[in-house]
Design a protein around this ligand. Structure first.
Ligand SMILES: NC(=O)c1ccc[n+]([C@@H]2O[C@H](COP(=O)([O-])OP(=O)(O)OC[C@H]3O[C@@H](n4cnc5c(N)ncnc54)[C@H](OP(=O)(O)O)[C@@H]3O)[C@@H](O)[C@H]2O)c1
Length: 319
């Protein structure tokens, strides 16, 4: 029996949509009927063949996460597509180890949970676990127009942050950060660290306790300058740059803590518990993210829009 699937044939090229044989579940696997699969930065990066996981074995079905049903019950699931040999979520069905399935709470919209997924898990864990956010603290979220950023603005508030300042590059991104509920939104349209520092200082209510940084580059350098002594910056991405002009004097004069974060370090229990927290917040209306549902047959154009930053939010493929 065949199914429709997104297929990556050549690293660096966009994928196609093709008919593939439906997978069969192995002994410890379940066959998930996929209802929603997002196109994320990690999918795009792995498909270029330049990720730190190396060149993927092709052809493969991309999709590092998805939402679907098993025996009619809704579940979220991760995959290693593009990072290790094997297929991912962007198809009508996926064979997934039973131990990787996370049941969704009642009332959680599958498309929204797919849009939030690993980006919201990262925002939650980087804020609370790695970043040790405490109630009453001031948080600065860089790249706040992205899914990590929009999630972080809302999750910081839920965790009791006193003030949440957002920073984003494009007018659309700043709009998303504002709608996510940021107290102030700073424009990141220059590489001038002094200028960015002045803007952040004006938007913040005194020194910042915690910076959530998916960007690195000039914005991260400016953010270290507005941290309080002993403040933390958690970096979880390099969307702006692979390096940052952070200075030694800024770091050492305030004994700052620069921390890295990756979802790949989480235990399965941590990841599942974080996804459950995210899905519960989504189900009760406390967490949302701007997204667009697109039929899987239109995946090629959608992939290009997500890759070029032309999408209005996270694109979620519907098989
Ligand atoms: N460490 C982890 O475990 C983990 C997990 C999930 C994601 N991530 C990483 O976190 C980053 C963000 O993920 P996401 O899901 O939020 O992605 P996303 O929804 O695609 O958002 C990316 C954001 O990056 C901003 N951006 C891109 N280039 C920029 C630049 N040169 N200067 C300033 N802003 C720039 C864009 O801002 P505008 O909208 O303003 O243009 C966009 O909102 C990615 O690098 C991703 O790989 C890491």
């Amino acid at each position: 029996m065949s199914m429709r699937a997104v297929l990556l044939q050549t690293p660096g090229d966009p994928p196609s949509v093709a008919d593939r044989r439906r997978p069969e579940a192995g002994p410890d696997e379940a066959l998930v009927e996929v209802t929603a699969a997002p196109i994320t930065p990690l999918d795009l990066l792995c498909a270029t063949g330049t990720s730190y996981f190396g060149t993927p074995r092709t052809p493969y079905i991309p999709g590092v996460q998805g939402v679907g049903t098993v025996d009619g019950r809704p579940v979220w699931f991760p995959t290693a597509a593009g990072m290790r040999p094997g297929d991912g979520s962007m198809a009508a069905a996926a064979a997934v180890p039973k131990s990787d399935l996370v049941p969704l709470p009642e009332g959680a919209d599958p498309v929204l949970v797919a849009a939030l997924g690993l980006s919201a898990i990262a925002a939650h864990m980087a804020l609370t676990w790695r970043g040790e956010l405490a109630a009453g603290q001031q948080v600065l979220v860089l790249g706040a127009g992205g899914v990590v950023g929009q999630s972080a603005v809302q999750l910081a508030r839920t965790a009791g942050a006193r003030r949440v300042v957002a920073a984003a590059r494009s007018p659309a991104g700043r709009g998303r950060a504002e709608r996510a509920g940021a107290d102030a939104v700073v424009t990141l349209d220059t590489e001038d660290v002094d200028e960015l520092t002045a803007r952040l200082t004006a938007a913040c209510d005194g020194p910042v306790d915690l910076v959530l940084d998916p960007l690195f580059g000039a914005a991260a350098a400016a953010a270290t300058r507005v941290l309080r002594p002993g403040g933390r910056l958690v970096n979880l991405g390099g969307s702006a740059a692979e390096t940052s002009p952070i200075t030694s004097s800024t770091l050492r004069s305030k004994s700052l803590r620069l921390l890295g974060y990756t979802n790949n370090e989480l235990t399965a229990e941590q990841r599942d518990s974080a996804l459950t927290t995210v899905a519960r917040q989504a189900a009760c209306g406390a967490l949302t993210v701007e997204h667009e549902a697109v039929p899987l047959d239109d995946a090629v154009a959608a992939w290009k829009r997500q890759a070029t930053g032309a999408a209005a939010g996270r694109i979620v493929l519907i098989p």
